[in-house]
Design a protein. Structure first.
Length: 279
């Protein structure tokens, strides 16, 4: 009996143990309250700055950048245009044989089925597509024309000379080509003497009624040219070769039948312009 009482007394916590438990619980409560108080007293996250000033600054920068681009373009455009004009003038003399550059002169024209032949000057708005070259005696030496066609990477732009009397292409130069360097670029093509020989006397004669090219220009495999209207392609640059031939073919097919109608005007223009200038 005494043993049972002793066991029950051991199982029941004493006053000291109860007090310790209460102290622990009160400490935990105070600790939690301390954390809450600390959280409540922590500073708030600062608000985001207003976006309007930043937007205004970015807008101002964009506006100033746009104005700067326009000013640079307006300043450089005339300079670029003049350099292009001088380069084209030099190229025109290059594709017409036997030209004395010191005494020769050129006059630009626009030739279309709609407007006919228009001499280009500061009052005209049409783009030039014919460049007539005259000697010091106002004799027509030849006419240069532009051509363009899709090459391997981009449009290949060329300028070629036309002999009115012989009805032949008598010279060619590349104005722009970004085809494969070492194969179809301007420098490589123009250094290829065999290929450039295609354009020393390329036949573009008209039919009897002067309405079309008698034999359209065609590009043939390297080393197989047998006709005067064929272009012997460059080895390794067939696409560029075809682009050059196509550019010439399309331009001559469009312009030469029209040119026949105005050829007398082109021949006499240099004399008329010179006499007007000296009045």
């Amino acid at each position: 009996m005494n043993e049972e009482v002793q066991v029950k007394e051991k199982e029941q916590p004493g006053e000291e143990q109860s007090q310790e438990i209460q102290d622990v619980q009160q400490g935990e409560i105070k600790e939690e309250e301390g954390f809450k108080a600390e959280d409540a007293s922590s500073p708030d996250i600062p608000p985001m700055p207003p976006s309007m000033p930043m937007i205004l600054v970015l807008g101002l920068i964009a506006m100033l950048s746009g104005v700067l681009v326009v000013l640079v373009y307006e300043y450089t455009a005339p300079i670029i245009a003049e350099k292009e004009r001088l380069a084209l003038e030099a190229a025109v003399f290059q594709v017409i044989p036997d030209v004395d550059r010191d005494t020769a002169r050129q006059i630009s024209f626009s030739l279309t089925a709609t407007d006919g032949l228009v001499e280009i000057n500061e009052k005209t708005t049409q783009p030039a597509n014919l460049y007539a070259v005259y000697d010091s005696s106002n004799v027509l030496l030849g006419i240069a024309m532009e051509g363009a066609a899709q090459g391997y990477q981009d449009i290949v732009r060329i300028l070629f000379g036309y002999d009115v009397k012989e009805q032949q292409i008598v010279g060619m130069t590349i104005l722009k080509s970004v085809d494969t360097p070492g194969l179809g670029d301007k420098k490589t093509v123009e250094k290829n003497k065999k290929f450039m020989a295609n354009f020393n006397a390329l036949d573009v004669s008209l039919t009897k009624n002067k309405s079309a090219i008698a034999h359209p220009i065609e590009t043939v495999k390297h080393g197989t040219k047998t006709k005067a209207w064929q272009v012997d392609a460059m080895s390794g640059a067939t696409i560029t070769s075809r682009a050059i031939a196509k550019g010439i073919s399309e331009t001559t097919s469009e312009l030469l039948p029209l040119l026949v109608k105005y050829l007398s005007v082109v021949r006499s223009t240099a004399t008329r312009v010179r006499s007007t200038t000296h009045k």
